[in-house]
Write a protein that binds this ligand. Structure first.
Ligand code: CAA
Length: 380
């Protein structure tokens, strides 16, 4: 399979690269150290159309395809993976689901400002006791008149303290197990809705992750996405696209690590020559580059299938499983090539490792991706 990118797709990649290098790179070390959320940059990404890339212009999005989205996300994540996940959640976990399954009212009221990047979205499925085992929702919703009352807690929510609109999955009929879960849009500031403190994380430190609390939080019935009882189906289908986003983020991290290692190998000298002339280093660079190409092929395949409206569930899981694995491997090798300099903050490569690890955990751990792939392989 060969991918010939269109002029438009290459222009998107170029725009993302330029933006990442000029607007994101200069403050990325400071933001990582201080765990500072990049509000100004997110706003500018919105102005570029990067927060609602795949949303149709009818709903104020950029109307681009998933392949363009992958190209852009790789470039952004190569420079700063924290911005990668902020962008990925808004695009693939929030805007995508609202456009596909939201009512006209929801699209008008919530999707449009999210796609314009004026508002930020978050996706709330995980709970203290429902991470991988996502069907075991303890956040409950019951109906009172024309409202739903939500009680419970969510955990590990990207954009948790900064988002304006939250997609919240809640159990509305316990008897029906995962067929009794419903998705709601909850606005920041709704009485009874709050968030915990921002988590102090190993990596992607300038992104914002927190818990959410619901204490008799009253949500209007028109904020139900799709239908009552369709929330788990909604979450799973949305996560399939999210996994393409995280695969792209992982590829960006791996490419960043390879670039840094290549640059360093060409200047650092040992035994009378640049280390790039040592076969041991060349083999590492060759392996890193080969793995990145393989990860890209898997990810573009999943993106192309999604664009062609074909099934991409298995392919998205494969793309995320492999890309996240090689992101960690490439980051480790980049540190090894840098030797002691790779182990200190000043040289940035240690951040690639800290940022890479989460890609094997969120939006479905590597073990969950293997379950998804195996179930597809084994089904009749
Ligand atoms: N796409 C579409 N549907 C899927 C699906 C997928 N990838 N995976 C499961 N389903 C459907 C099944 O077809 C089934 O549907 P029906 O009952 O209607 O036939 C239903 O979901 C339940 O599936 P299973 O019977 O297989 O249930 P299970 O409990 O054995 O397994 C699971 C489900 C695959 C493990 C699922 O719980 C899962 O994917 N867990 C991981 C959750 C996850 O990725 N969480 C990340 C949260 S977001 C995040 O990380 C935070 C952030 O902000 C970035």
């Amino acid at each position: 399979m060969q991918f010939d990118f269109s002029e438009e797709q290459l222009l998107i990649k170029h725009t993302a690269k330029e933006f990442a290098e000029s607007e994101i790179a200069p403050s990325s070390i400071e933001r990582d150290k201080e765990a500072k959320f990049p509000s100004d940059i997110v706003k500018k990404l919105g102005e570029l159309g990067f927060m609602g890339m795949m949303v149709s212009p009818q709903y104020d999005g950029a109307g681009l395809d998933t392949v363009s989205y992958v190209l852009a996300l790789i470039e952004i994540s190569k420079v700063d993976a924290s911005l990668g996940v902020i962008m990925s959640v808004n695009n693939s976990l929030v805007c995508f689901g609202l456009e596909k399954w939201g009512s006209d009212y929801i699209k008008e009221k919530y999707l449009k400002p999210l796609a314009r990047g004026e508002k930020l979205g978050a996706f709330a499925l995980s709970e203290p006791e429902a991470g991988s085992d996502a069907t075991k929702q303890n956040t409950m919703g019951h109906k009172e008149g024309r409202h739903w009352i939500i009680n419970g807690m969510k955990n590990w929510i990207t954009n948790g303290t900064t988002a304006d609109y939250f997609l919240v999955m809640a159990q509305t009929d316990k008897e029906k197990a995962h067929h009794g879960i419903t998705a709601f849009v909850v606005e920041k500031g709704t009485p009874g809705f709050g968030h915990g403190v921002k988590e102090d994380k190993l990596g992607i430190r300038s992104s914002d992750t927190s818990s959410l609390t619901f204490d008799n939080c009253k949500v209007p019935e028109e904020n139900i996405v799709w239908e009552i009882g369709k929330g788990f189906n909604f979450a799973m289908n949305t996560l399939n696209g999210g996994r393409i986003g995280i695969a792209s983020q992982a590829i960006g991290i791996a490419e960043g690590a390879l670039d840094a290692a290549t640059k360093y190998a060409k200047t650092r000298k040992t035994f009378g020559t640049e280390i790039a002339n040592h076969q041991g280093i060349q083999f590492k660079l060759a392996d890193m580059s080969t793995k990145i190409e393989a990860a890209k092929l898997l990810t573009f395949q999943a993106a192309a299938l999604k664009d062609a409206e074909q099934s991409y569930l298995k392919e998205a899981a494969m793309a995320k499983l492999y890309s996240s694995k090689i992101a960690v491997e490439c980051a480790l090798e980049a540190i090894q090539i840098h030797g002691g300099y790779g182990y200190v903050r000043e040289y940035l490569v240690e951040r690639y490792l800290r940022d890479a690890k989460i890609t094997e955990i969120y939006e479905g751990t590597s073990e969950i991706q293997r379950i998804v792939i195996a179930r597809e392989l084994l089904k009749d």
